[in-house]
Design a protein around this ligand. Structure first.
Ligand SMILES: Cc1cc2nc3c(=O)[nH]c(=O)nc-3n(C[C@H](O)[C@H](O)[C@H](O)COP(=O)(O)OP(=O)(O)OC[C@H]3O[C@@H](n4cnc5c(N)ncnc54)[C@H](O)[C@@H]3O)c2cc1C
Ligand code: SF4
Ligand code: SF4
Length: 409
């Protein structure tokens, strides 16, 4: 099947080049372009400024970018953070970094000026103060036309529909996404893990939301072993900044295969021990008895659990995360608002627009205007501002842009 032209063109242009924004007025002298300081930051700076400072989300961008394979990662309760595998210089320094390797800091979407850099790369400008939910071109409500995809999807099944449609139209070879563990009984065990999906069945096996963490970029290694060159990355906000930051900072080898970036709106994820320590102990709800979960003001397990009670199990990496709306995705998706069986869809880039338009033309999804649910949009902006409040004042100020800054007494 031939790939629809505008989408295929958009995919080929990835990674996109930043737009030229500088206009020279007649008669003005063109200022000499400022020379960028050489990027010398290595594991030492990453360790001190991100991993041990609380900014690290556990996205695993640094892990997949390391050309020397010396960054480890444990996908287990209480962990979800990178660590150095070599002991030569201790946990906080790296032999390869000392010799000039900078891949890990270049890959990190929480290192220094990550937000303006990714904005510039994707949109050619930085976010304005009133753009709390990031830069976008349109908001829609969408759902998969295929009844089964819609049924198994978390909200409207858009994310699964996009992956299937892009695979069937030869636009991507596979997707870095999340699978869910099965218990010996065959019931879902709810432990999420990163996986590569290459066909409809695999996509649908991972459909729906788990609210524990799955560092989907880690599946990159598996995709590379399978020889897949054109990938979609599905991930929470923290993971969708991985590609744009890498493109901007020129971590080519790992970032080039990421062609499409699909974001999940996110205010937090939970540690896996939430299941055993709260749901089972307090509510007598073993994993086997949970068939679906959702968060809509309360944690819905088709038995309602007070969301506030779950806060103690918030993953450490979420505590300082400022991005609710997956602001650097091509398309961000969420399930807030009154029309909860539709996916709230934020179209951000030209590529995102081309994918949605082509899917509508093909009859793969149904859409309606986002304005049909104005409360959802207002809530998204409020939640985005709330997440930005978490970003510490001592870190690069861009993520707090637009927040009313209170003077200290
Ligand atoms: C941890 C988390 C927190 C979220 N918080 C909010 C929120 O506060 N407000 C809001 O509006 N929306 C939130 N979402 C997004 C929402 O739950 C839906 O994923 C989104 O609306 C897309 O729905 P869909 O029916 O189109 O997706 P589907 O077609 O169901 O596809 C969902 C995709 O997400 C992947 N996925 C599922 N769980 C995980 C995981 N734990 N880690 C990584 N990938 C995963 C699946 O593999 C699948 O590819 C959150 C999602 C997650 C995973
Ligand atoms: S935020 Fe991601 S890339 Fe940065 S240190 Fe943590 S795991 Fe690595
Ligand atoms: S709040 Fe969501 S997007 Fe932010 S670090 Fe946690 S999982 Fe990632």
């Amino acid at each position: 099947m031939a790939a629809p032209a505008p989408v295929a063109q958009g995919i080929e242009q990835r990674p996109p080049e930043p737009c030229a924004q500088v206009r020279i007025l007649p008669g003005a002298h063109a200022p000499a372009p400022a020379k960028k300081p050489r990027w010398t930051y290595q594991w030492k700076e990453l360790h001190d400024e991100v991993i041990t400072s609380g900014l690290c989300t556990g996205c695993a961008g640094c892990v997949i970018a390391c050309p020397h394979h010396v960054i480890g990662y444990t996908h287990e309760p209480g962990a979800y953070k990178p660590f150095h595998l070599e002991e030569e210089l201790g946990a906080d320094d790296c032999v390869h970094g000392v010799k000039g390797c900078t891949s890990c800091t270049r890959a990190c979407p929480r290192f220094r000026m990550w937000e303006p850099e990714a904005d510039m790369h994707l949109f050619g400008r930085e976010r304005d103060p009133d753009e709390m939910s990031g830069i976008y071109s349109d908001i829609l409500l969408t759902r998969a036309s295929d009844d089964f995809v819609y049924e198994v999807g978390q909200d409207g099944g858009l994310v699964s529909a996009i992956l299937i449609w892009c695979m069937e139209n030869d636009i991507i070879d596979g997707a870095l996404t999340s699978g869910v563990e099965s218990l010996p009984s065959g019931e879902p065990g709810w432990k999420a893990f990163p996986m590569v999906a290459t066909n409809r069945d695999e996509v649908l096996r991972g459909a729906g939301s788990r609210y524990t963490y799955s560092a989907n970029p880690i599946a990159f290694e598996e995709a590379r072993e399978k020889g897949l060159d054109r990938l979609a990355l599905v991930g929470m906000s923290c993971q969708t900044s991985v590609g744009p930051v890498m493109w901007h900072r020129k971590v080519g080898k790992v970032s080039k295969p990421i062609k499409l970036n699909i974001g999940l709106l996110c205010s937090k994820s939970f540690d896996d021990s939430l299941f055993d320590e709260l749901f089972e102990v307090k509510y007598g709800l073993p994993k086997e008895q949970i068939s679906k979960m959702n968060i809509k003001g309360v944690f819905q397990i088709w038995t309602k659990v007070n969301l506030k009670e779950c806060h103690a199990w918030t993953r450490e990496g979420c505590n300082l995360c400022p991005d609710f709306a997956a602001e650097h995705a091509d398309i961000s998706t969420g399930g807030i608002g009154d029309l909860s069986d539709w996916t709230l869809t934020i179209v951000r880039t030209e590529l995102g627009r081309a994918v949605i338009d082509a899917m509508v033309r093909d009859g793969a999804i149904e859409i309606r205007p986002g304005d049909d649910d104005p409360g959802a949009i207002a809530l998204m902006h409020r939640l985005s501002a709330k997440s930005r409040e978490r970003w510490p004042r001592w870190a690069d100020g861009a993520a707090r842009l637009g927040l009313p800054e209170r003077r200290s007494a």
